[in-house]
Write a protein that binds this ligand. Structure first.
Ligand SMILES: NC(=O)c1ccc[n+]([C@@H]2O[C@H](COP(=O)([O-])OP(=O)(O)OC[C@H]3O[C@@H](n4cnc5c(N)ncnc54)[C@H](O)[C@@H]3O)[C@@H](O)[C@H]2O)c1
Length: 263
């Protein structure tokens, strides 16, 4: 039986965050799902019986208030997962407004840093705790997402900088870099014609999309004592997308060849 720990998950009402909440709850931990106010009524979470609080990671007061409420109600947080985020439409720089750029960078990068700073500083005082941020395959790749990719590169840098800053206190900071993951956000982009499912899987060695519980498995590993010597890393969970980038130049991966397609 694992000792019960206290975990906070931003973006816990949907997609990857929801899968993490479900997994930690199933493992017997106390989990607080933090999400935008209009998402806090999510039926999946109510059915589970996990604790829910509203937060806007773009708002410093909201983040500080949520953290204070958690400390008061549950005590010190053992682990934080920063899954609150937004994806962006594929747009060229002349199409992408600076308002949209600011929103995407603000939510994904500033929001992640703000939550790390507030929760992590308290972890340092407690001399314990671990954080997992959600980077992306776009953190280290050139893609036509001119706000999202720089924001996710920033998340990687934040992860590395804070790992060095807080390692002396035993606080670990890591990231996962998911590939194309079957979530409501990505499905909505596919449905409105902004992403093509066939192209998303074409470059993945495993020839498929990632499932949310597969990302949650990696996050739970990094949160756990099994990862006690790991800090400052970003773990790709991408069905081999990053490893296979070069194959397109040589005509594509074997699964893209007609004779190798399995029905
Ligand atoms: N789905 C993918 O293919 C993929 C790939 C790589 C990285 N990611 C990242 O994973 C994270 C989760 O994405 P997802 O696909 O599960 O999306 P999702 O939309 O299913 O879930 C994101 C959650 O974040 C919440 N959120 C958004 N803005 C917020 C804010 N300001 N304050 C608080 N909560 C907020 C949303 O309400 C939502 O519940 C994001 O950081 C995303 O960039 C996703």
């Amino acid at each position: 039986m694992t000792r019960q720990k206290i975990f906070a998950v931003t973006g816990g009402a949907s997609g990857i965050g929801l899968a993490v909440v479900q997994r930690l709850h199933a493992d017997g931990h106390k989990v607080i799902s933090l999400d935008l106010a209009d998402k806090t009524q999510t039926s999946a979470l109510h059915e589970l019986g996990v604790d829910i609080m509203s937060i806007d990671v773009n708002d410093e007061v909201s983040v500080r208030d949520a953290h204070a409420a958690i400390i008061k109600t549950y005590g010190a947080v053992n682990g934080l997962v920063n899954s609150a985020g937004v994806i962006q439409k594929r747009e060229t720089p002349d199409q992408l407004s600076m308002k949209d750029w600011d929103f995407v960078v603000h939510t994904n990068m500033r929001g992640t840093y703000l939550c790390c700073a507030v929760f992590g500083s308290h972890m340092v005082e407690q001399k314990m705790g671990t954080i997992v941020n959600i980077a992306s395959i776009a953190s280290t790749s050139g893609v036509p997402l001119h706000a999202y990719a720089p924001a996710k590169a920033g998340v990687l840098s934040i992860t590395q900088c804070l790992a060095g800053q807080w390692g002396h206190a035993g606080v670990r900071v890591n990231a996962v870099a998911p590939g194309y993951t079957q979530t409501p956000a990505l499905q909505a982009a596919i449905d409105r014609g902004d992403r093509d499912r066939a192209l998303l899987v074409r470059q993945a060695a495993l020839g498929r999309m990632v499932q949310t519980d597969e990302v949650a498995n990696g996050i739970v590993f990094l949160l756990s004592d099994q990862a006690s010597a790991i800090t400052g890393v970003s773990l790709p969970i991408d069905c081999g997308w990053l490893a296979s980038v070069g194959w397109e130049t040589y005509g594509g991966l074997p699964h893209t060849k007609q004779e190798n397609v399995q029905c």
